[in-house]
Design a protein around this ligand. Structure first.
Ligand code: NAD
Length: 259
């Protein structure tokens, strides 16, 4: 009998890679996205590779839509894994963040995870399943985008709170905190600065940026039985960015280039 994963933002670049990775691990995929077209595209790829996947179009910031979509997913079978990937960064700085922008960032990055967790909570406990939230380095340090960062910091704390509260019932709750991941979410900024990825790479300890597959592999690990004793973890998948910036140490120590 197939067990299913409920993946929000599953039509996106990181969400799509997560859907494929979990499908390769034998889970059926309920691919939930605002865009039916994007979700269908991901599901078609999974089915082509021999997996099971169903596209469900929904706005996961809407409580009624979440209830209806969870009910539809439950008709597919038992759900073992919830991955909250839906997210977006709107307010670039405090000067461009009005209340509507603030609300939009909190809704898509934090409310959505709360709503999906609440809707699936009892079933996931019954299944002894687990939750993986896609947070961000912005949720643990300061990298711009204040309202997005506040929402991701909230998601980090929600992850830890639920790990402690639901652990005694056998439900694991973890998060992955990506650094900069090469996805279409960067397209507008890349148009302004085609060298943006090179500029960012120069700030990271590892000499490349992440791909969606790098994030998906970490999610698949946390969602699997290999992580059976791991809960409440915020796993940074950021090439070391949240640990330190090489340039800072080199500047402080006044090391010569290449030394
Ligand atoms: N790309 C990065 O550098 C990066 C870094 C850190 C964290 N993240 C996080 O990873 C996640 C995925 O980002 P991505 O870069 O793949 O972006 P993306 O835009 O490719 O994917 C996001 C997906 O979420 C969907 N979505 C947005 N709002 C929704 C809603 N209300 N209901 C349902 N679906 C909705 C979109 O339609 C889209 O398919 C986000 O939570 C993002 O904050 C991304």
């Amino acid at each position: 009998m197939t067990h299913w994963a409920f993946v929000t933002g599953g039509g996106g670049d990181i969400g799509g890679a997560i859907c494929h990775a979990l499908a390769r691990d034998g889970l059926g995929i309920a691919c939930v996205d605002l865009s039916q077209e994007r979700a269908e595209e991901v599901c078609a790829g999974i089915r082509q590779a021999g997996g099971q996947a169903v596209a469900l179009a929904a706005d996961v910031t809407d409580p009624d839509a979440v209830s209806a979509t969870v009910a539809a997913a439950r008709r597919l079978g038992d759900i073992r894994v919830l991955v909250n990937t839906a997210g977006k960064a709107n307010g670039r700085s405090i000067f461009t963040t009005d209340y509507a922008t603030w609300r939009a960032d909190i809704a898509v990055n934090l409310d959505s995870a709360f709503l999906c967790i609440q809707a699936l909570r009892d079933h996931l406990i019954e299944q002894q399943g687990n939750v993986v939230n896609i947070a961000s380095v912005n949720g643990v340090g300061v990298y711009g985008f204040p309202s997005y960062s506040a929402a991701k910091a909230g998601l980090v704390h929600l992850t830890k709170s639920l790990a402690v509260e639901l652990g005694p019932r056998g439900l694991r709750v973890n998060a992955v905190a990506p650094g900069s991941v090469m996805t279409r979410a960067w397209n507008a900024r890349l148009e302004k600065n085609p060298g943006l990825f090179e500029d960012l790479t120069a700030l990271c300890p590892l000499p490349r940026l992440s791909t969606p597959a790098d994030i998906a592999d970490a999610v698949a690990f946390l969602a699997s039985d290999k992580a059976r004793m791991i809960t409440g973890t915020i796993l940074a998948v950021d090439g070391g960015l949240s640990t330190g910036v090489p340039m800072v140490g080199r500047t402080v120590a006044q090391l010569p280039k290449g030394g």
